[in-house]
Design a protein around this ligand. Structure first.
Ligand code: HEC
Length: 706
């Protein structure tokens, strides 16, 4: 059995851990705002957020000498998604459970650790207790916590200076929201959104005064109940532009549109761009009576940063119904297209198309598929709208549909990068589909999945289709030429789910992957140049920085987030390796070694006989999707630290009820469902799990005999 969380975490270790002394003296003292080319001062490194560094000491001629300089063990086996920030010789990282750490960027010595103690709140995160990082400015470190707090720390000591609760305490319930994104600092304000559309949430983004934590403005991305107003800057555009695109009783679930990742600011145009998320519930039939575009879901919205005032929007997926967010990273560039110079923004959202917009006006310049897109054949550049395949709207046809891309997207939050030297955008792409089937009704409890779709693939597909879909799942590192609007090169990777990307002036692209490696490729043609065995899957993006002329590459290694959940969909990926989570830092001639890896053993399939009637299994499938899927994986296939229930020895005995209902493992992070699920529900879920286990045992792929 794998260990869920290292033991000290479970001991409820709260507040400050330690201030280990060391030389934290330079942190934050210098006047900020000047980007030193050797630092990695903000999430995307510069306002363009290209994740390109001109540093070139590590280059094509010496990459083979790259080695581990040092590493820092992280206290958990949960997923690592953060971009480290490096300012004035100090690295600031956020681990799972929002544990913030300052580390001497040259020696690897930990200077301080801050733990906001969000273990309890972590149970409500859609995709694991992950954090995509911190912001550092004016001697302060800002972190958004899973429980909705925005916290400012003293960069020298790690002690909290102020904290505010950013969650709307009224409707829909605050318990449905989490913060996983990195805050951004714009003109003296901290900008932060949140996630939660899987549970029932109404999206918004807020700005807080950096010095005091006082709220300056809030922008809701979707309308509230008709006839009501929020008294916020978003009231007018929601009334004038968005309201008429909504139908039915969407406000009961919040409508969605959470701003959980991408927020970028262009100082030249003084515009703030937010990437807006999917619908809540996902099923457009339930959400909006199957009608309307539902603005500003799946859109990029440009706002004035001082006030939050609306400037323009572009919607990528009108009437979103497949969890197609537009929250994916946004990159700015100045490029020539169709004979004219444009200030553009580029995004590869979940829906599988690569978009280029004029960022002053929001005008669409290009949209091209970068993976299979069966929901739409193309984007009409004249109207800016997708040309859809009607079969993809499963709730209108009442037929399950295998739709590409999956709800995980052809590209997700893992940052892409752009090299001004090659003119190419490097995108981590996953080419896979997902069966969608509509549900007639959904639970209205707080804190459970309320998507209105069955995304298990179990009941919706026959075994042959499922097997075929499994075989077709592919992961790529894609180099996209935005000017010629075509693929420059494409490298197929061993795993479907992989990490964010860094491009450097050394002509190299760095990417971690689901096959446990940090790898370096030639930026021009994708030739593999170097790789390092990280002992765990990597999803976080690498960064680079230099101190005293020595260039370093840093990455958070740790498998998790949404991938184990989705990877489970068609399941049997090569083992991704959970555990051994670390901050890894490399330099030329680095000689450090990692300790021998901890093994991870998977239990064999040993289910009881599959005797339950199909109707019971189908009910169990649906209940599983609402209550268990987000931790135990789609199709009950877990590739994470949470047990794979198809392999659980408890399927056969009464311990199952004691665990699920009585909370026998609640101290280990397995919630009790007492008062939520009755005996009949639990029996149906167990019947579904037994069915899944028998079926997968019978159809296991050879590669997955783990
Ligand atoms: C918030 C995350 C979460 C949710 C939601 C969740 N579980 Fe769990 N579950 C866990 C964790 C973590 C463990 C491992 C606990 C441990 O280390 O023993 C676990 C363990 C279990 C086990 C024991 C497995 C074994 O062989 O050791 C069973 C059975 C189980 N869960 C069933 C369910 C069912 C059924 C549901 C939905 C009704 C569900 N869980 C929902 C997190 C979750």
């Amino acid at each position: 059995m794998k260990v869920a969380v290292k033991s000290w975490l479970l001991a409820g270790f709260a507040g400050m851990l330690s201030a280990c002394g060391g030389n934290g003296d330079t942190a934050g003292q210098k006047e900020t705002g000047v980007v030193q080319s050797a630092d990695w001062p903000t999430h995307g490194r510069t306002p363009e957020a290209q994740r390109f560094s001109p540093l070139s000491s590590i280059n094509l001629s010496n990459i083979n000498r790259l080695g581990l300089a040092w590493s820092v063990d992280l206290e958990t086996n949960a997923g690592q998604e953060a971009t480290p920030i490096m300012r004035d010789g100090i690295l600031y990282i956020a681990s799972a459970y929002n544990i913030v750490r300052a580390v001497d960027a040259r020696s690897g010595k930990t200077l301080w650790v801050y733990d906001p103690d969000v273990r309890e709140a972590s149970a409500r995160s859609c995709c694991g207790p992950v954090s995509r990082g911190v912001a550092v400015e004016n001697g302060r470190v800002f972190v958004g916590a899973l429980d909705g707090r925005l916290i400012a720390l003293d960069a020298k000591t790690g002690k909290p200076v102020w904290e505010v609760q950013t969650l709307d305490q009224d409707h829909p319930p605050a318990v449905n929201y989490t913060i996983t994104g990195a805050p951004r600092i714009v003109k003296g304000k901290v900008i932060i959104g949140n996630g939660g559309a899987e549970f029932g949430a109404r999206g918004y983004v807020s700005a807080y005064d950096m010095a005091t934590g006082k709220r300056v403005w809030r922008f809701y991305t979707v309308p509230g109940k008709p006839g009501t107003q929020d008294g916020e800057i978003s009231d007018q555009p929601l009334k004038d532009i968005a309201a008429s695109t909504w139908h039915g009783e969407y406000w009961r679930w919040g409508g969605g549109g959470t701003v959980w990742d991408s927020i970028e600011y262009d100082p030249e145009l003084d515009l703030l761009y937010i990437g807006v998320g999917n619908g809540s519930p996902t099923n457009h039939g339930i959400r909006s009576a199957g009608k309307g575009d539902n603005l500003f879901l799946s859109s990029i919205v440009a706002l004035k940063p001082d006030t939050g005032k609306y400037v323009w929007h572009y919607q990528e997926t009108p009437g979103e119904a497949w969890d197609y967010t537009a929250t994916q990273p946004i990159i700015f560039a100045d490029i020539e297209m169709n004979g004219a110079k444009h200030k553009v923004l580029m995004q590869a959202p979940k829906n599988g198309f690569f978009y280029i917009l004029d960022r002053a006006t929001g005008k669409l310049l290009a949209a091209d598929p970068i993976a299979r897109t069966t929901w739409a054949s193309h984007i009409d550049l004249k109207t800016g709208r997708p040309v859809e395949n009607p079969e993809a709207r499963y709730y209108l046809t009442n037929q399950p549909a295998l739709v590409f891309p999956s709800s995980g997207g052809a590209h997700n939050w893992q940052p892409m990068s752009y090299s001004p030297e090659t003119g190419l955008v490097y995108i981590p792409v996953q080419d896979m589909g997902l069966p969608f089937a509509g549900e007639a009704d959904i639970a209205r409890q707080a804190g459970v999945y309320n998507s209105g779709t069955i995304m298990t693939g179990g009941a919706a597909m026959n075994d042959a289709d499922l097997k075929e879909a499994m075989k077709q799942m592919k992961g790529y590192l894609l180099a996209w030429d935005p000017v010629r609007r075509k693929v420059a090169w494409r490298k197929e990777l061993a795993a479907t789910f992989n990490g964010g990307v860094l491009a450097t002036g050394g002509g190299i692209v760095f990417q971690g992957n689901g096959a446990r490696k940090l790898a370096a490729y030639n930026a021009k043609d994708g030739t593999l140049l170097w790789s390092f065995d990280a002992q765990t899957g990597i999803v976080a993006p690498p960064i680079t920085y230099a101190i005293d002329g020595v260039q370093y590459i840093a990455v958070m290694a740790g498998w998790g987030g949404a991938w184990p959940m989705l990877g489970g969909q068609f399941a049997e990926q090569p083992a991704n390796g959970v555990g051994n989570n670390r901050l890894l830092v490399f330099k030329l001639d680095g000689k450090a070694r990692l300790p021998a890896p901890e093994g991870s053993a998977y239990l064999p399939f040993d289910p009881p006989a599959d005797t339950a009637p199909a109707a019971v299994v189908a009910r169990g499938d649906s209940l599983y999707g609402q209550y268990c899927l987000r931790c135990h994986g789609i199709g009950a296939v877990s590739a994470s630290m949470v047990p794979d229930l198809r392999r659980s020895g408890y399927l056969a005995d009464s311990n199952f009820d004691q665990i699920v209902v009585d909370g026998a493992l609640s101290s280990m992070g397995m919630p009790s469902f007492k008062g939520v699920l009755d005996a009949r529900d639990v029996a149906a879920i167990r019947a579904y799990l037994i069915h899944r286990a028998n079926r997968d045992k019978a159809m296991m792929l050879p590669s997955s005999q783990r």
